[in-house]
Write a protein that binds this ligand. Structure first.
Ligand code: 4NP
Length: 160
């Protein structure tokens, strides 16, 4: 079993998008029983809330269902439980690096380091912008999810 945690600031826009997209792509590759997925925010503002309605709508237009997801805050124990702790931007990465206990198993990394087609390093925060920002988040997230799945599939093939 491998475990993946997607992290952004509020856990209502970018990381729930990655969470929902990744779950669907895992199922398409028949890997859902081998990989556990969650998402979290570095901030506590939206704990317990569903994703932003604009995030839910943009994802639904590409057939991803984000409605069951609820926000939580990232905690120090996540760095021992998860095999991948994936930050949406450099600010999330720096907050996660500060939260990680020195001896913990997993170091946070930038999610878009797994992207094949896009060369951006960060998933931009769409919260204060227009609808096109949410589309761009989906484009980046879909690309990086495919790249991450390629790596995970390879890892799982080696241990089988
Ligand atoms: P997220 O977006 O980090 O992608 O969930 C944000 C959501 C809420 C806020 C900022 C970013 N906020 O300021 O409440």
């Amino acid at each position: 079993m491998l475990r993946v945690l997607f992290v952004c600031l509020g856990n209502i826009c970018r990381s729930p998008t990655a969470h929902g997209v990744f779950l669907k792509k895992l199922a398409e590759r028949k890997l859902e029983h081998l990989v556990e997925v969650d998402s979290a925010g570095t901030a506590a503002w939206h704990i317990g809330k569903a994703p932003d309605p604009r995030t839910i709508k943009a994802a639904a237009q590409r057939a991803y269902d984000l409605t069951p997801l609820r926000a939580r805050q990232a905690i120090a124990a996540d760095f021992d439980y998860y095999d991948y702790v994936l930050a949406m931007d450099k600010s999330n990465l720096s907050d996660l690096t500060a939260l990680k206990p020195t001896a913990a198993k997993t170091s946070p990394e930038l999610f878009l380091s797994f992207a094949h087609h896009f060369h951006e390093q960060e998933v931009p925060d769409p919260y204060y912008g227009g609808a096109d920002g949410f589309e761009h988040v989906l484009d980046l997230v879909e690309d990086a999810c495919e790249g991450l799945l390629d790596e995970i599939e390879e890892r799982l093939n080696h241990v089988r």
